[in-house]
Design a protein around this ligand. Sequence first.
Ligand code: ACO
Length: 431
Amino acid sequence: MGESATLTLRGESYELPLVVGTKDEVGIDISRLRAASGAITLDSGYGNTGACTSSITYIDGEKGVLEYRGYPIEVLATHSNFIETSYLLIFGELPTTSQLTEFRQLLTKHQFIHEDMRHHLEGFPPNAPPMAILSAMINVLGCFETDLSAADDDAHFMKQAARLMSKIRTIAAASYRKSAGRAMNYPRADLRYTANFLHMMFSNPFEPFDSDPVIIDALDRLFILHADHEQNCSTSTVRMVGSAQASLHASVAAGVCALWGPLHGGANVAVIEMLRQLIDSGQSLEDFVASVKNKDSKTKLMGFGHRVYKNFDPRARIIKEACDRLLDKLGISDPMLDMAMRLEEVALNDSYFIERNLYPNVDYYSGIIMRAIGIPTNMFTVMFAIGRLPGWIAQWREVRTNPTSRIDRPRQIYTGAVDRSYTPIAKRDSA
Ligand code: ACO
């Protein structure tokens, strides 16, 4: 028998097998604990709960390590591009030239959305939140796709993944154009993924448009950094919905809704709002940090802290460098960047943040890059979703191709009222 842990509960001992990952991470398998003992484990927020084994992404939060399929994020951010990295995440290996070409051709072939989908877009009110539009339109897209099932058929799945990745970009750009009161731009077959997205976002029929290669490069890198992050809130949502055998589109649409929240992907918007308010109000950074430390104020330093990273977020380091480089190359001086750097310095020297291991996360500087590129604030989280899509696709596929996969269904400990007797409504009214 392999290694095990022993649990003593009300005088009885239970042997619990260990599951050890390829990086020597140890999990205690409690899947049979309830059947054997009647007890469950409780872990609000899932800080100690592994919901699955996975071979896609590895994080060591103490050492600040992030790897996709065994490749460090620093290496991919330097040498790869978003489409190659997406292929790696979804199919497990870096593509050969012909595999990458095939994937790119599929992305180009499927870049258009059905004309009828434009009517759905027209139906949203002008101020509809782009994340609501994105989630709804991904479900609409699913209605236009007829062959959605074969997760274990490589060739078929490549088509399915490419279609969704390509069309999400067209939908995202179209929803921005609608909110800006401008006509939707059709995608172009001669442009690669990120350049094509920028064209759909910003070009106008009455003037030539060429994205600056520096901007294309910065955005492509931003997408790579967001491409997967193991069992975060939105990815767990995608996996959970997928575990009920819901389609890829339905599962990803649910993931978009989870990502929308300000404690998750919505933090990149909240950071910019926080910096703007600090600049506009002239509040001193010391006062602001004091208010963040006061629990009654319910204020958080947005873009700081992470459930897993307790030393530094490697993505934040790469983004900070990319941000400096981009602003320098574009000759932009952004007061928000200055404010972000000053605030970071105050926080990193404050015992509250030191004791709690709170560091800038990926969202702290990503908004400043997006501002420099010209992406409006209300599209920031949509950009995150475009970047995260290959990760969601890979994780959904992992669930759906695992022959031992079961529907996700956590337990609870009930703490409500007990043994009540029913009082007829007339008696309740007269009581
Ligand atoms: N500002 C002030 N205090 C904070 C912050 C913050 N940003 N983050 C954590 N803390 C405090 C908590 O209040 C808590 O203090 P306590 O021990 O005195 O009660 C302590 O640090 C531990 O924090 P938790 O809330 O237990 O951390 P958790 O892992 O639950 O939350 C989270 C992580 C949601 C990211 C949190 O740090 C946060 O709200 N940060 C701001 C929002 C943000 O930037 N989200 C983006 C995360 S990255 C991503 O999703 C892509």
